[in-house]
Design a protein around this ligand. Structure first.
Ligand SMILES: [Zn+2]
Length: 428
């Protein structure tokens, strides 16, 4: 039965591919290609391959013959901007109604999956064509369902379960250990060999990157401690790299920051406690910096209890870390840390890009959400508008380089994912 269904699906795809009538989609407008901005641009998408077949100024483009192309998106007043599809390097598909550790671990997995399917759709129509999930029970399955075409959404690069020490970050300490191990979205590991085993377990689950907690966070209270030793972190990095996976490290505090740079992770998440020395080490090793500003800036409305310690961390981040990151020229990648709750709902993730722009400027924020994000995730031929690159695009009204808020979902005219056009009027 299953085989028959698959066959029918294949026939359908072949029929679509052989339809020459609409093989090419022509999109006209100003272009931000991941590094440069220019007006009077054209992008020609080959919908059969899902790739960009041509991109450049109108005068340089050899338009496909009439009958083979369909001009789906254009504007005579040239008020549209075509950008590479947006990328969020740090989300969680927790599918919870409210924001809190107990909800994150105890929400029934079917409920998480159902809510996350809706979140995937919202993300796509909000212009996000790729997201990296850094720890959840749902993401490896969402990735597969999206690739199969069972659901619509961005490409998901899942970490599967994250890695943390026993009693470490987001281990619900109020629960008996065996219950916590059963319900948590992390694998708890202690010592280099257990750490290697945890990487292998994540790989078995379908992880395409590894997430490790090198410190606690505010979810367990305001006291944040360094977690996992350099030796343990090095074992994780070595095992992940041997499998071709990148490692994203959650780090609060100078000691954790220094440890993850020494261990050679690929991106620092949150990154509170940057010093000149740590920044220099990160640059030398090509490590990306994902500052996840929105949850910190949402201090007042955050469901996490404000405390003097939390306030001190946040101030250090906003006033000190970002200044060092800017002056040193760290590679910034966009990551909202949205979890899909009522307060951090997917589909609203452009807010992080707006917040990055407040500190680094609009250009850096756009690069962080496109070209740099693709590089941070190791996505081949992605995050840029160039010939033979993935036809993952977002088309917005206005110019985000001048007004970053143009990326808001209400300004989105269309999203292209794998060469297929999605228009916001279809959002449920
Ligand atoms: Zn996170």
């Amino acid at each position: 039965m299953q085989q028959q269904q698959q066959k029918e699906g294949e026939n359908e795809r072949t029929e679509l591919n052989s339809s020459e009538k609409s093989q090419f989609i022509v999109i006209k407008g100003s272009i931000f290609d991941g590094s440069e901005y220019y007006q009077k641009g054209v992008v020609v998408v080959d919908s059969s391959s899902g790739k960009i077949s041509q991109a450049g100024k109108e005068s340089e483009i050899d338009l496909p013959a009439a009958g083979k192309s369909e001009e789906k998106i254009s504007s005579t007043s040239s008020d549209l901007t075509i950008l590479p599809g947006l990328i969020d390097c740090h989300v969680h598909f927790f599918g919870t109604g409210t924001y809190g550790l107990m909800d994150w671990v105890t929400t029934p997995e079917t409920m998480t999956a159902l809510r996350s399917v809706a979140d995937m759709r919202r993300l796509l129509y909000a212009g996000f064509t790729a997201v990296r999930d850094l720890g959840s029970k749902a993401a490896t399955y969402l990735k597969t369902a999206e690739l199969e075409g069972a659901i619509v959404g961005p490409r998901v690069i899942p970490a599967g379960r994250s890695l943390a020490q026993t009693g470490g970050n987001d281990d619900p300490l109020m629960l008996p250990l065996d219950i916590s191990q059963r319900l948590s979205y992390s694998y708890y590991c202690d010592g280099p060999w257990e750490c290697r085993k945890a990487v292998r377990l994540a790989l078995r689950d379908g992880a395409e990157c590894i997430k490790v907690y090198a410190s606690g966070s505010f979810a367990q209270g305001s006291k944040v401690r360094t977690q996992l030793s350099v030796e343990e972190l090095q074992a994780i990095v070595d095992e992940a790299h041997r499998a071709g996976l990148k490692v994203a490290a959650h780090a609060y505090g100078e000691e954790a920051m220094s440890n993850v740079v020494e261990a050679g992770v690929d991106s620092i998440e949150h990154g509170i406690g940057l010093t000149e020395e740590i920044a220099a080490g990160a640059i030398k090793k090509g490590i990306f910096y994902v500052p996840t500003l929105t949850p910190f800036l949402a201090n007042k409305s955050s469901p996490l209890k404000p405390s003097p310690q939390r306030e001190a961390y946040v101030q250090r981040h906003l006033a000190g870390d970002l200044e060092i990151a800017k002056s040193r020229g760290l590679k910034i990648a966009n990551g909202s840390d949205f979890v899909g709750s009522q307060t951090e709902f997917h589909g609203h993730n452009y807010v992080e890009i707006v917040n990055v722009a407040k500190y680094f400027g609009n250009e850096v924020a756009l690069i962080a959400a496109t070209a740099n994000a693709a590089d941070c995730l190791g996505l081949d031929k992605n995050g840029r508008i160039k010939k033979d690159y993935a036809a993952d695009l977002v088309i917005v009204r206005g110019n985000p380089l001048e007004k970053i808020e143009s990326l808001a979902p209400s300004n989105i005219v269309a999203v292209v994912r794998k060469g297929k056009v999605f228009k916001p009027e279809n959002v449920i």
